[in-house]
Design a protein around this ligand. Structure first.
Ligand code: XMP
Length: 514
């Protein structure tokens, strides 16, 4: 495994991770590196191919991210995309200029099907463009292999030196044959073997974990989320009872979630591991009583979580390894991989390492994208309901109850949320909406039920479409589905007499309510 890899050199483009994901979808392992990465390191890695990403700059400006001429002389096929294509031309003696009009959106392109890049592609095809600058003159040795009405060089190549420049974005799904173009690059040009598959990942990871852990003791914090579940099962397959999983039920989980996690990982489940469920609900409710400030709530939940975990860890005694469910986007976004401008703080296991007595951290999913984690989960036989679970924040329902938290409010939001999720699934919309849930507003209002006046809480439903969870649009849920959910919530959940649907996009809203 990982005998071959392709590297993506990141120039700050918004699609950097997407490029790497597409390459992996083609069966080739791929990693992202900053454009600042030294030529020496690249040479040492000996990649089968090098892909230069897009980026927001103009390559002819002085302080713009750049690369050395030698990068193109390593004898490794290079594919430049958008900014990467322009940079390739600029560095090798071509010309890049500002265009009169920005070319943006789906554009019809003519391609030269005798080029290896476009083998098997129709001569006229639709691609996704997003650029101000354009290549006005190719570098010596290159010839044009694709063009559009406004863009004379939509693609150019120098096949003798194995250099390829594409102005459009093959990684974006709007480029009709984007995946085939990348496939051509990987297999016809880089001659990859394509040995990156999740079954072999699982197999070789299990082998590597066994070897590393020997007969050591391993501790894993299990949240029931996708990443920690897959990490736990992978570890358990490798080392069985040497693994102890601690699952803290903080009383802010979705309805029945604690029991669902226990059913999978507990003694009656299919895995042979030590499972400890800590029912700490009341501890959390007591600590949170009367607190309504969102950040304070988050802090209390985070701190209490660590305390509970620490107490359990102490009971187990010294462990050799602590497992974390870090995945590749976490690595890239914390600035270790590419050039990501947005650095997310990661909440999953904030602070734990300081509190637990262990020798080393194991991050078995560190190289995987989310869709790969899911595939690995399926390979490992984890139920689909768990593998395709939507994101759920660490502080749980604590940040979906606006204002102070009480056990009764938790019940209301859990019940309303369960109804909403059930109806969305019944309507077949669960794969279309990226995240959806109910949140309890802190508003009470007057209503009438039967002949009686009510003065109860309003619940807000939220459903969003998003790719990266950094921006989002409210999902258009059919009126009749919303109507049914409203009816059921009002009738079935005591304490709620009004239902809202949240139309706010992000920004200016956030996905969660606090
Ligand atoms: P926001 O509300 O910031 O949420 O638009 C973006 C995504 O992040 C999730 N989220 C969290 N996840 N701990 C987590 O593990 C948190 O404190 C947290 N806050 C938000 C949220 O569910 C959404 O998917």
């Amino acid at each position: 495994m990982k005998e071959e890899k392709v590297i993506v050199i990141d120039f700050g483009g918004q699609y950097n991770q997407l490029v790497a994901r597409r390459v992996r979808e083609c069966g080739v392992y791929c990693e992202i590196y900053s454009y600042r990465t030294s030529l020496d390191l690249i040479r040492k890695m000996n990649p089968k191919g090098i892909i230069l990403t897009g980026g927001p700059n103009s390559c002819y400006e002085e302080d713009s991210p750049t690369c050395s001429r030698e990068l193109f002389e390593l004898g490794i096929p290079v594919l430049g995309l958008c900014y990467g294509a322009q940079l390739m031309m600029h560095v090798l003696g071509g010309k890049v200029e500002k265009a009169k009009n920005r070319e943006y959106g789906k554009i019809v392109t003519e391609v030269d099907t005798s080029s290896e890049l476009f083998k098997g592609i129709e001569p006229v095809t639709t691609v996704w463009m997003s650029h101000f600058d354009y290549i006005s003159q190719t570098a010596p040795g290159f010839h044009v292999v694709a063009s559009t009405k406004n863009c004379p060089v939509a693609a150019a190549e120098d096949e003798k030196r194995d250099l390829y420049a594409i102005q459009f974005h093959p990684e974006v799904l709007h480029t009709e044959r984007g995946k085939d173009i990348l496939h051509n690059y990987l297999y016809r040009i880089c001659h990859c073997a394509g040995d990156w598959r999740m079954d072999s990942f699982v197999e070789s990871s299990i082998r590597a974990i066994k070897e590393k852990v020997g007969n050591g003791k391993v501790l894993c914090g299990l949240s029931g989320g996708v990443d920690s579940s897959v990490a736990a099962v992978l570890m358990s397959k490798a080392i069985g009872k040497q693994l102890t999983c601690v699952f803290v039920d903080h009383g802010l989980l979705r309805k029945n979630e604690g029991d669902e996690v226990e059913a999978v990982f507990g003694p009656d489940g299919p895995y042979d591991l030590n499972f400890i469920r800590v029912n700490a609900q009341q501890r959390f409710y007591v600590k949170l009583a009367g607190v309504d400030e969102p950040e304070r709530k988050r802090k209390i939940i985070g701190e209490e979580f660590i305390r509970v975990f620490e107490e359990e860890a102490k009971k187990i005694g010294k462990v050799d390894y602590l497992v974390q469910g870090t995945i590749y986007p976490d690595v890239v976004e914390s600035g270790l991989g590419g050039e990501s401008a947005v650095i997310k703080s990661h909440h999953n296991v904030g602070g734990l390492p300081d509190y637990v007595d262990f020798k080393e951290i194991i991050e078995p999913l560190r190289d995987l994208f989310k869709d790969e984690v899911r595939k690995a989960g399926l390979e490992l036989g984890i139920p689909e309901s768990l593998v395709f679970r939507q994101p759920f924040p660490g502080p749980g329902l604590g940040i979906r109850i606006v204002g102070d938290i009480t056990e009764d409010k938790v019940r209301m939001v859990q019940d309303a949320d369960a109804i909403f999720r059930e109806e969305i699934a019944k309507a077949g919309l669960d794969q279309d909406i990226n995240q959806y849930f109910a949140a309890l507003t802190n508003m009470r209002s007057v209503g009438v039920m039967g002949d009686e006046r009510t003065y109860d809480y309003a619940v807000a439903l939220r459903g969003v479409k998003t790719i990266d969870f950094m921006t989002a649009e409210a999902a258009e849920i059919p009126w009749e589905v919303l109507g049914k959910v409203m009816n059921r919530i009002i009738n079935e959940v005591r304490g709620i007499n009004r239902v809202f649907y949240d139309l706010t996009s992000k920004p200016p809203g956030t996905i969660e309510f606090e």
